[in-house]
Design a binder for this molecule. Structure first.
Ligand SMILES: [Ca+2]
Ligand SMILES: [Ca+2]
Length: 131
């Protein structure tokens, strides 16, 4: 759990806090920072590297290079997703349908979540959005 929180804190500093190291951001700060996804071509690859680290250090608990449904369930549990809500996300990320999530499938969905404005399965990366 400490590693997860360390990564979340690094991500906050990298993606949101900016050089001023803000501890709070406004809605417009969020919009401005998020727009880097579309303004800076290398930013998506930077995001991919972050999610490789999330995969290796957090999600892939046994380090075998793939995520089982249980591992992904535990990963989403870190952000409060109930286990019963995980199957649609797992199936969306498992694009080759082999019953496992590879590192590439994981990173593709993660980057797609932040970088793709089309309605794709990547929208389920962090689980379902609840109203
Ligand atoms: Ca694994
Ligand atoms: Ca797969």
């Amino acid at each position: 759990m400490e590693t997860y929180m360390d990564l979340v804190n690094y991500a906050w500093d990298y993606f949101w806090a900016g050089p001023e190291k803000k501890v709070n951001v406004t809605f417009w700060d969020c919009v401005h920072n998020y727009a880097r996804t579309f303004r800076q071509p290398a930013f998506q690859e930077e995001q991919r590297k972050w999610f490789y680290v999330y995969f290796d250090k957090i999600a892939d608990k046994n380090g075998d290079g793939i995520l089982t449904r249980k591992e992904y369930e535990e990963f989403l549990g870190l952000v409060g997703v109930h286990p019963l809500s995980v199957p649609p996300s797992f199936e969306a990320l498992d694009t080759d349908g082999d019953g496992q999530i590879s590192k590439e499938e994981f990173a593709n969905a993660a980057v797609g979540f932040f970088c793709c404005t089309a309605d794709t399965p990547a929208k389920l990366f962090w689980g379902p959005f609840l109203a």
